[in-house]
Ligand binder design. Structure first.
Ligand code: NAD
Length: 453
């Protein structure tokens, strides 16, 4: 048996003991995970510094605090989420118990990405534990130090049979994918998402695919451009643009472009100084392969701000590209790096047509003082999430379902949505054997008299 097969078989055996279903067990495991995040804060920050040059504050702000909130919510609400949910009855069932009962699915495979490795790997795990499942955890091998740390730490805090960690790259993930799971929760690129779905189909395993894509950002001329640019610069250059919901490109009217460039430049200097390379709040590109991919995207566009880079250090400065043509390299795929192309359009209608020519994005941003502009954008486009006059923050609202639509993914999570996603919502109808007389009309022979016709 391979290591992957052993992990899955062990998790299945442990699930079959029934201990993951026990609410006290779930709460204990969630609290252990909370302890891990608190007690190992320094180790987590150290690994993230090595992988992405993230500072400790950034790791807390963008990953661990959100996870702690998710754990606290699940612990507080678990009883309520796991309780039977009564539903409306019809005439035939007025005296019966009719409800939905969330039950665990079984063994969930969680495949994480590298950009916010703790958030995208542990957040589904929190839901998997809360919903009473076993889970096999596969961190991304791309964030080398973090994957190693997860492999070391998780078994120290969690039930190792129920929640084993499997490390490795493509061959190991493919070996895992040959096994049978009850759900696969994948975060990463669409190209791999297709492989995941094809593998899952062999066992009719349901999947959640948290993918990415080009998230547009329309900045209306009628808005506070200075404020909009600070928010966009923050949303774009956080983690060097390696954020699934980063605004990928900006759409604006030609007359607004110069002002936008000035304000973006100002915000970049304010956030990351004149020398982002030495700024502790500015990170690095994950590896040289991604560095080269991103740098080559600039080739046929005009740099308005930034543009400098250093392959040795995987550094690319916060960069704004101007007058970018729709057929430029940077507009052909998700950038996932610190380049912000500006594409000019005639106005809102053209912006909407432009957005609708692309795949449905994970996030869509619109900046305007005018509620009608926001409403029109919402009504005439589709995306995983829509955020007006800010960037990224919808991710932190755990009552909002987070996920994509179309090419940006399928299925959503966060808060109770994760619990429901990783549960089977079982339809339950409990009758008594009394009042049999009420059923006479449904039994043959079907005579008009019996039905009172
Ligand atoms: P990645 O390279 O780390 O891949 C993700 C996972 O897929 C890893 O665990 C890896 O081992 C596995 N994998 C890679 N190739 C595989 C193959 N051929 N067969 C089986 N498994 C394989 O991450 P990535 O794909 O570079 O991640 C970036 C993408 O993820 C971007 O598109 C980004 O937008 C998206 N993303 C989405 C979210 C979200 O919540 N929707 C969050 C983070 C990242």
């Amino acid at each position: 048996m391979s290591r992957e097969q052993q992990a899955v078989a062990g998790a299945r055996r442990a699930f079959q003991t029934g201990r993951s279903r026990c609410l006290e067990h779930r709460v204990r495991q969630l609290k252990n995970l909370q302890r891990l995040l608190t007690e190992c804060r320094g180790d987590i920050a150290g690994a993230m510094k090595k992988d992405l040059r993230k500072s400790e504050v950034v790791v807390q702000m963008y990953e661990t605090l959100g996870l702690e909130e998710e754990i606290a919510l699940a612990v507080r609400k678990l009883k309520e989420w796991a309780a039977p949910r009564p539903v409306e009855k019809n005439l035939l069932t007025v005296s019966d118990a009719v409800y939905v009962q969330a039950e665990p699915l079984g063994v969930v495979l969680i495949i994480g990405a590298w950009n916010y490795p703790w958030a995208v790997t542990l957040q589904p795990l929190i839901g998997a534990i809360a919903a009473g499942n076993a889970a096999v955890i596969k961190p991304s091998e791309v964030c080398v130090h973090t994957a190693k740390l997860m492999d070391e730490l998780l078994p120290l805090y969690l039930d190792t049979e129920l929640y084993p960690v499997v490390t490795g790259g493509v061959p190991e993930t493919q070996e895992l994918l040959r096994q049978r799971f009850d759900h696969i929760f994948y975060t990463g690129s669409g190209a791999v998402g297709k492989l995941i779905m094809a593998a899952a189909a062999q066992h009719l395993t349901p999947v959640t695919l948290e993918l990415g894509g080009k998230s547009p950002c329309y900045i209306d001329s009628d808005c506070d451009i200075a404020v909009a640019c600070r928010r966009v610069a923050w949303g774009k250059f956080t983690n060097c643009g390696q954020t699934c919901i980063a605004p990928d490109y900006v759409l604006c009217q030609p007359a607004a472009q110069q002002r936008l460039i000035q304000e973006l430049h100002k915000a970049i200097k304010e956030f990351y100084t004149d020398d982002p390379k030495t700024c502790p709040d500015y990170g690095r590109i994950i590896n040289r392969r991604h560095f080269r991919r991103i740098v080559s995207m600039m080739e046929d566009s005009t740099v308005a701000v930034g543009g400098d880079n250093d392959e040795e250090d995987c550094f690319i400065a916060p960069t704004v590209l101007r007058d970018v043509k729709p057929d430029a390299k940077v507009m052909q795929e998700e950038i996932f790096g610190p380049l912000l192309p500006i594409v000019t359009v005639d106005g809102l209608d053209e912006a909407i047509r432009f957005i609708n020519r692309g795949e449905k994005p994970l996030a869509l941003y619109v900046f305007s003082h005018d509620a009608k502009v926001i409403q029109k954008m919402r009504e005439e486009t589709s995306s995983g999430g829509l955020l007006a006059n800010d960037c990224l923050v919808h991710y932190s609202v755990n009552s909002l379902p987070f996920g994509g639509v179309g090419n940006s993914g399928m299925g959503c999570y966060h808060g109770k949505h994760t619990f429901d996603r990783l549960s089977h919502l079982r339809a339950c109808l409990i009758k008594t054997l009394k009042m049999e007389g009420m059923n006479n009309m449904r039994y043959p022979p079907h005579t008009a008299g019996k039905l009172g016709w």
